[in-house]
Write a protein that binds this ligand. Structure first.
Ligand SMILES: [Zn+2]
Length: 390
């Protein structure tokens, strides 16, 4: 399967690799040579979120000239990204207009989630983020770096073989700290150290590939498909704890590309459970799902107390982050059976009790209801990099 001609390189000068979309704002200024890519992203972004409209409406919405719109739309129709839906009767005088929209069914995106503990997950998605097909590949724990790689590559090959439309790109969410070039600094579960995953997959597959941390992928899904606000932290809780951040509509990467690595922040001074990292009382040791499930199984009568305590620990850990970044909301992605209700309520109470009254009192902690959030976030990575849509 060849790369789609629509897979043009994203606007230059964006080290985050998330593209230059209208919703995810780039911090860099737009140079004249980038103007065309910027305008194309603006057109696609507008159609993606507002839906079908005429070229004249699109010119009004984007404040671009009719000539520019006509040119950019023609290019995107040739690429198969935009299609004409037909003629809309004019409401007033004048001739009826042709309505255009993103052709959400014209291309496919492959999304991959390597954060599972026993299997890698993958999906074929359309450009609207709908999952059309899901596959998984069992992954033996303790496998070496090459075994982990060949398992991931095999899963992606299986998915691309099942696709009958051009592939816009492949997005991969992986555990560990990931550099902007898609090199994994360290992911102990997969035995990867300084592993150039993005480069190797691109070479082996001949398709555009983007690799990011799994929580950083997940926050993009919440932002694009669940209308999360422009200042949001998404916390994934499973075996471990990791967060992805968007601040001011901009994905936060950090100086060491480790923004959101909150799992090993020690919460409180009263010690606590021992963590996999060797220390005592890390956030991850308090709230990880296997520990909570085991505690509840051992003490069914204390379920509420166990979840309240864990939720409060999370609230304590996130309060300074919410205050420092002035976040609008915090979203939890994890098993609803554990985190809905008591846990989220306790986290909310602790957060509000530990931040300035009257300022942060309306910051909600809520549970995401997205299935396959990393897979869908991986699709946003591709949409954003290739089309400037987010
Ligand atoms: Zn730890």
């Amino acid at each position: 399967m060849d790369a789609s001609p629509a897979a043009r390189p994203g606007p230059a000068g964006d080290p985050s690799g998330f593209g230059l979309g209208g919703r995810l704002r780039s911090a860099s200024k737009v140079l004249p040579e980038q103007a065309r890519a910027h305008n194309r992203a603006l057109v696609l972004q507008t159609l993606y979120h507002r839906g079908a409209m005429s070229r004249a409406d699109l010119a009004r919405e984007t404040a671009l000239t009719r000539v520019t719109i006509s040119d950019l739309v023609a290019e995107s129709i040739a690429d198969g990204i935009i299609h004409e839906l037909g003629v809309r009767e004019a409401a007033g005088p004048g001739k009826p207009a042709i309505v255009i929209d993103i052709d959400r069914d014209g291309h496919r995106i492959i999304g991959v989630d390597l954060s599972g503990t026993t299997a890698f997950d993958g999906a074929v998605l359309d450009l609207g983020g709908r999952m059309l097909e899901r596959r998984s590949a069992p992954f033996p724990p303790g496998a070496d770096a090459e075994r982990a790689y060949s398992t991931a590559l095999g899963l992606i090959r299986e998915l691309t073989a099942a696709v009958t439309r051009p592939v816009l790109g492949i997005g991969v969410g992986t555990p560990g700290v990931v550099r902007p070039d898609g090199t994994i600094v360290r992911a102990p579960n997969l035995s990867w150290t300084e592993f150039p995953l993005e480069e190797r997959l691109s070479e082996d597959l001949g398709l555009p590939v983007l690799v990011r941390n799994d929580a950083n992928a997940a926050v993009l899904a919440e932002y694009t498909f669940a209308e999360a606000r422009a200042d949001v932290m998404l916390i994934r809780i499973g075996r471990g704890v990791g967060a992805g951040l968007i601040a001011g509509g901009q994905p936060l990467v950090g100086a060491r590309f480790a923004a959101g690595e909150i799992g090993h922040v020690v919460v409180g001074t009263d010690r606590g459970p021992r963590c996999v990292c060797g220390r005592v009382g890390c956030l991850e040791a308090w709230v990880n799902a296997p520990r909570l499930n085991a505690e509840i199984a051992a003490h069914p009568g204390r379920r509420r107390e166990i979840l309240e305590d864990a939720g409060a620990r999370l609230g304590i850990a996130i309060a300074p982050i919410v205050a420092a970044l002035d976040l609008s909301e915090v979203v939890i992605a994890g098993a609803p059976s554990l985190f809905a209700g008591v846990f989220v309520d306790a986290a909310t109470r602790a957060l509000h009790a530990r931040t300035l009254e009257g300022v942060f009192a309306d910051v909600p902690v809520r549970l995401s209801d997205q299935d396959g959030i990393v897979l869908r976030g991986a699709a946003v990575m591709v949409l954003s990099a290739q089309l400037g849509v987010s």
